[in-house]
Write a protein that binds this ligand. Structure first.
Ligand SMILES: [Cu+2]
Length: 108
């Protein structure tokens, strides 16, 4: 009986599930496109935009909630997304450049 109680107490001390490490996703900007054009992440994950192009670009949320501002060739910009939702984004220099970021709510 005592052993069973100790075992139960030990189970209570252990976390039910350790929070998974957050993940960093990379979106490359090249040839006037975001690659991949759509990224799905979990809340708490980070997305890094890397300008591999020879033009300056931005990654700018259509709803204005985030903006990399100008990225020259070789520059990168990262943001950690905490709020679940789907946000379309674009490049302010080249409005035809479009991407989508989906942030899934996560049980953490
Ligand atoms: Cu651009």
């Amino acid at each position: 009986m005592r052993t069973a109680l100790l075992a139960a107490a030990a189970l209570l001390v252990l976390p039910a599930a350790a929070p998974p490490p957050s993940t960093t996703y990379v979106v490359h900007i090249r040839d006037d496109t975001f690659s991949p054009p759509s990224v799905t992440v979990k809340a708490g994950d980070t997305v890094t935009f890397v300008n591999d192009d020879d033009d300056a670009h931005t990654a700018t949320a259509d709803d204005g909630s985030w903006d990399s501002e100008g990225l020259n060739q070789g520059q990168r910009w990262s943001r950690t997304f905490l709020k679940a939702g789907r946000v379309a984004y674009h490049c302010t220099v080249h409005p035809f450049m479009k991407g989508t970021l989906v942030v899934q709510g996560a049980k953490r």
